[in-house]
Write a protein that binds this ligand. Sequence first.
Ligand SMILES: [Zn+2]
Length: 100
Amino acid sequence: MPNCPKCAAEVAAEDNFCRVCGSFLHRQGQRPRSNTVQQLISEYRQAIADNPDDESARYSLGLAYLYEGQPAAAAEQLVEVTRLVPDFADAYAKLAIAFS
Ligand SMILES: [Zn+2]
């Protein structure tokens, strides 16, 4: 299991953003699936268009928007995540950041 370079939390191999601190996870020695956060955002948006109840895609999109400095767009997704998964603690933590 790899670790986030910023907060050292364990991250899943397929995660593009740290679920704890929201850092964009650049992977060394591995071709990234997507080159830019903007590309990731369009991938997540497509995933949500295909399945509006995909809380994982919504959470990742929220993190991507936070990373891009778009807290209002992030909050919109994170609110949906907490509606879909009311005990998703990290989503509330990121919402607090989005509203700060
Ligand atoms: Zn982290």
